[in-house]
Design a protein around this ligand. Structure first.
Ligand code: ZN
Length: 191
């Protein structure tokens, strides 16, 4: 039995089902674009980018940072469903900017008795983090050499989406092992 606010959302899903018309949305995204962004509930990616069902992959985590699992999803997006462009969208008011990795780990340890084995991946400057993420993806051997990567910062108060820099065309495959940006950033950001 579903309880709490989830119950309300399940009722919405029942209404959605009743009104649903047979979907013609393709499993391979129409735009060929995969978006990586933050979980922040103020970021309405579909509304912002004018997307509908079947148009794009949306990959989200706290901060919109590049983790192993984001790379896994991007690799599936490209190699299984044919996407070839990546949009990274971070945002000015991200909560992941307000806590250091140590503070976050301390908080979890105090609540659970355990320290997380994964990097908390906090950051201070979204632009710096975006550049790091774009660089990590550009050199990732699991992504297509022809991938177009672009980076943006969204302002959740004004609704403005600004591009960090021009599209970057991958020309060089990764030299050795996959690069995981989040590990680098967790180490480098404090320096
Ligand atoms: Zn955020």
């Amino acid at each position: 039995m579903v309880r709490g606010r989830t119950q309300e959302l399940v009722r919405n899903a029942e209404l959605y089902h009743r009104r649903f018309e047979k979907s013609s949305a393709p499993a391979n995204p129409r735009t060929g674009v995969a978006v990586v962004t933050c979980i922040d509930a103020r970021l309405n990616i579909y509304g912002m980018l004018g997307l509908a069902e079947g148009d794009a992959h949306i990959i989200r985590n706290a901060g919109g940072v590049i983790t192993d699992d984001v790379v896994r999803s991007l690799a599936a997006s490209q190699h299984l469903t044919g996407t070839s462009e990546i949009m990274l969208i971070m945002h000015d008011g991200c909560r992941m900017r307000t806590i250091t990795d140590d503070e976050f780990a301390d908080k979890l340890q105090a609540a659970s008795g355990f320290r997380p084995g994964w990097p908390p991946a906090g950051f201070t400057d979204p632009a710096q983090e975006l550049r790091r993420a774009m660089d990590a993806l550009r050199h990732n051997p699991f992504l297509l050499n022809s991938t177009r990567i672009s980076g943006f910062i969204y302002n959740e108060r004004t609704g403005n989406l600004r591009e960090l820099e021009l599209d970057t065309l991958l020309t060089q495959p990764g030299p050795t092992a996959p690069v995981v940006g989040v590990v680098d950033s967790a180490v480098d950001l404090g320096s």
